[in-house]
Design a protein around this ligand. Structure first.
Ligand code: GDP
Ligand code: MG
Length: 176
C-alpha cells in the first residue's frame, strides 16, 4: 500500500471476555478468514496486525488476543497497556458470559485509558435456537455504558468485519 501523505497510524486494540466466547475465532476470521471448530487455548501469537486505508492514510490495527489466561482471571495490565480500542465479547448462548461483561468493563477501566473505544460483541449469533441473551439486553447495556454494540458469528462470518472496522474508524475519527 502506498503511503503518500507520510502519515501513519498504529492502533492497539484488545479483545476481552470470558473463556470460549469466540475471541480467538473472531480474530482469525477477521485477519485470515479462518474458523477453528476446536476450542484450544491460543498459543504463541500475541497479536495480529491488519493494515487498512482510511482517508488515504495507512492505518495499522494491532489486535491483541489473550493466550487463554482469562480462564484464570489473570489478564495482566501489560495486555491493556496502550490500548485505544477494545472488543468486549460474550456468547449469546451463555448468559453468564454476558453477566460477566460488567467485570471486563471494570478491568478496562482500571488498566486502559478512559477514552478507549469500546465495542460490545454478542458472538455466536448462529446459535439462535439456544439463545440466552436477548438482543435487547445487549443493546440496553451498550447504551447505558456508552459502548458500540453488534452481534456476530465467527462461524458463519456475520458482522465480523464491521465489528473491528467500526472500532478502527471511531479511533481514527478521535485522533485525526
Ligand atoms: P476464546 O476462548 O474466547 O478465544 O474462544 P474460541 O475462539 O477459542 O472459541 C471457543 C469455542 O467456540 C470453539 O469451539 C469455537 O469453535 C466456538 N465458536 C467461536 N465462535 C463461534 C461462533 O460464532 N458460533 C459458534 N457456533 N461457535 C463459535
Ligand atoms: Mg482464545
Amino acid at each position: 500500500m502506498e503511503n503518500c501523505g507520510g502519515e501513519e497510524y498504529l492502533f492497539k486494540i484488545v479483545v476481552i471476555g470470558d473463556s470460549a466466547v469466540g475471541k480467538s475465532n473472531l480474530l482469525s476470521r477477521y485477519a485470515r478468514n479462518e474458523f477453528n471448530p476446536n476450542s484450544k487455548a491460543t498459543i504463541g501469537v500475541e497479536f495480529q496486525t491488519q493494515v487498512m486505508e482510511i482517508d488515504g492514510k495507512e492505518v495499522k490495527a494491532q489486535i491483541w488476543d489473550t493466550a487463554g489466561q482469562e480462564r484464570f482471571r489473570a489478564v495482566t495490565s501489560a495486555y491493556y497497556r496502550g490500548a485505544v480500542g477494545a472488543l468486549i465479547v460474550y456468547d449469546i448462548s451463555r448468559r453468564l458470559t454476558f453477566d460477566n461483561v460488567a467485570r471486563w468493563l471494570e478491568e478496562l477501566k482500571m488498566h486502559a485509558d478512559s477514552n478507549v473505544v469500546k465495542m460490545l460483541v454478542g458472538n455466536k449469533s448462529d446459535l439462535e435456537h439456544i439463545r440466552e441473551v436477548p438482543v435487547e439486553d445487549g443493546r440496553k447495556l451498550a447504551e447505558s455504558e456508552g459502548l458500540f454494540f453488534i452481534e456476530t458469528s465467527a462461524l458463519d462470518n456475520t458482522n465480523v468485519m464491521p465489528a473491528f472496522q467500526i472500532v478502527v474508524r471511531e479511533i481514527y475519527n478521535n485522533v485525526s
